[in-house]
Structure formats: C-alpha cells, structure tokens
Design a protein around this ligand. Structure first.
Ligand code: KG4
Ligand code: ZN
Length: 330
C-alpha cells in the first residue's frame, strides 16, 4: 500500500509517497527560507500563503517521481501539529479535501513523532529500544522510544531550543537566517579555543536543557569584541562546540539511565555535520539522511503508515490542527 505524506507545520512544504513494500517512492520539498530571510524569522501569514501555492504542484511532482497515481494511494497522512496554526491548516485542509474526493482515510500525524521515526527510513534502521535526541527549531528533547507510539520524555528544553539558539546566535553575529547552516559554515573557518562558553546544566544531574544562558553569553562576548570575519568565525565555532558538547553529555547520560545502546538523532540541528561526527563515539548512533533531519513529507508519510497499521485514522472529515500539542498528551 502507498501513503501520501503532507508536511506544512512551519516554513517547508514537503510531500512524499511511502510504499509499505518498497519504502520511499518519492519526495518533494520547498523551503521558504529565502522568503523569510529578510525578516530574520518565519512570518506565519507569509508561510501559510506560500504553502497554499506549493501544495498542488509539489503533489503533482511527487506522483510523477513515484510513477504512481491517486488510485494507488491507500491513505493520506498530514501534520496535525504542533506548529504554526495557519500553516498547519493549509496541509490539513488539503489532506481532507483529497481524502474526501478519493474516498480514502486521512491520518493526523504529530510532527515530533515524524522526526522521532525519520531514522527508520534509513538502512540499517535502528531497532527498539532507543534513545532519541530530538533537536529542532522548537524542541530539544531526549525521548526513550521502546516501540512505535511508546515515547517517554526523559529531558526537555527549559527555555530556548537548540535550533532557536543557533538562529538567535546567527542573528547576533549577522550571519543571516536560518542560523544553523550559517553558523556551521562560518565555524569551518573558526580557530578553536579563542573563546570559552558555558556547557549549560551539565555540572548537575538531570537531562533537561537550557540554551538561553549560552545565547546571552555569546551576546556578552560579542559586545566585548571587535567583530571582524575571523572573530565571527571563532565565536560561531565556540558556540557550536558548546551546544554539541552539551548535547553529547546529556545523550550519554540518557543512554546510561535507560541502559540503551542505540541513540537516534532527529530534527533540524541533526543536519549539523560537526554534531554528526562528534556524537558517533557514544554508542550505536543512527541519523536520518541530512535531507530528512529538517522538516519533510517522508517522515509524515512513514508515521502515518505506522498509524494505519493500527487502524488509527481520523474519525471524520472535520479539519483539525493543533498549534500546541505535547508529545506527552499524544
Ligand atoms: O526540524 P526543523 O526543520 O524544524 C522544526 O521542526 O523546528 O529544524 C529547524 C532548525 C532551525 O533552528 C535551524 O537553524 C536548525 O534546525 N538547523 C541547523 C542546521 N540545519 C538546520 N542547526 C545546526 N546546524 C545545521 N546544519
Ligand atoms: Zn520539525
């Protein structure tokens, strides 16, 4: 069977077709990064309008890529939340309209579950149980995953998420938006050891994260520094190292606490190559391919398929989206 997946929770329109026998048949993605760059962050109304324009062309394209047609589709999965409400509603409405017209069920997927399961699209896929380090623009979490649908939150962000700290630090260094890739690029030219930044909450026990103090430490460092290209690169590297060290220390602790050996990285910050290289040493580490770390339709199609197997489909045609939706409620 084939599942159409639709992702519109933030500033990426992602569409994919997942086949239960053959795996991923195709996926298309449009990033709105350049649309929002001049504002230094995602503008919700512009995001919704752009999703509306992209949904139909990207869906047509994915059917061509997959050499598939609407008759092959068994169900439609879409991101129901959390995210920007207007953006979510564009994908939810589109999914419901197609499902109603094609007379097939729709499945509202939790965006974070999509990220948590993205590594299962890869070969070899991680086996359960595993600890997932979910590091995105909105979340920094350690989650104990014992099976599909069995998620225990081990640690959470108390303030800024890791990706948000990358974005805010990049803005402070005038590196542009989105900040993660910009910091990563600048850090390549950085000299290590020029600046020392804290590894927040690592000196005491526990698995929660706090990156807001680190961001403030960067801003204070910038105030005391004459910002030439080299200084920017050095600070970018010091910041990136501080985030990576913190993520590694906490992930190691989570593996010890749960007795798991498998660690799965998920979410946009998981695209960071320095993080991917350094974190390898702490266990059997699995990553989604870089394109499936950031938001995409493939992870939504795959999660939707898992729910379909359990007959967990939308009960009616009401269009529902949840801007806030904790993984614990889910
Ligand atoms: O998972 P994602 O695409 O969207 C959310 O669900 O939030 O994550 C986006 C976040 C942004 O904060 C972005 O700056 C960060 O992931 N990011 C990165 C990299 N690529 C994206 N952070 C560090 N290094 C990267 N290469
Ligand atoms: Zn995401």
């Amino acid at each position: 069977m084939q599942i159409l997946g639709i992702e519109t929770s933030c500033d990426e329109t992602g569409i994919a077709i997942y086949d239960s026998e053959k795996g991923l048949l195709g996926h298309t993605l449009h990033s709105q990064a350049s649309l929002h760059a001049q504002y230094g962050g995602t503008v919700p109304e512009l995001a919704s309008r752009d999703h509306i324009q992209r949904l139909i062309p990207l869906t047509r394209l994915v059917f061509e890529q997959a050499n598939s047609s609407e008759k092959d589709i068994t169900a439609i999965a879409y991101t129901k939340g959390p995210g920007l409400i207007g953006a979510l509603l564009t994908g939810a409405s589109f999914a419901k309209a197609l499902g109603y017209a094609w007379k097939i069920p729709t499945i509202g997927v939790h965006h974070l579950e999509g990220h948590l399961l993205a590594a299962l699209l890869e070969t070899p896929a991680p086996t359960f149980p595993f600890v997932a380090l979910l590091v995105s623009g909105g979340h920094t979490m350690l989650v104990h995953v014992t099976d599909i649908g069995h998620y225990t939150l081990l640690g959470n962000s108390l303030d800024d998420a890791a990706g948000e700290a990358f974005d805010k630090t990049a803005r402070a260094l005038n590196l542009g938006y989105p900040g993660g890739p910009a910091i990563e690029k600048s850090a390549l030219n950085g000299i290590s050891g020029q600046y020392t930044l804290p590894r927040p909450l690592t000196a005491r026990p526990g698995l929660d994260f706090s990156f807001s103090g680190l961001k403030t430490a960067v801003i204070n460092t910038i105030k005391k520094t004459e910002l030439n290209n080299q200084a920017v690169a050095d600070i970018a590297l010091a910041f990136q190292d501080a985030v990576i060290d913190t993520l590694i220390i906490k992930s190691k602790r989570a593996l010890e606490q749960t007795g798991c050996t498998n660690l799965v990285i998920a979410g946009g910050v998981g695209a960071n190559k320095a993080l991917r290289n350094k974190i390898q040493s702490i266990g059997n580490v699995f990553f989604p391919s870089i394109e499936f770390c950031t938001d995409n339709g493939a992870m939504i199609a795959f999660s939707g398929y898992q729910h379909l197997l359990k007959q967990q489909i939308d009960p009616d045609w009401a269009i529902e989206a949840k801007a806030r939706w904790s993984l614990a409620d889910f």
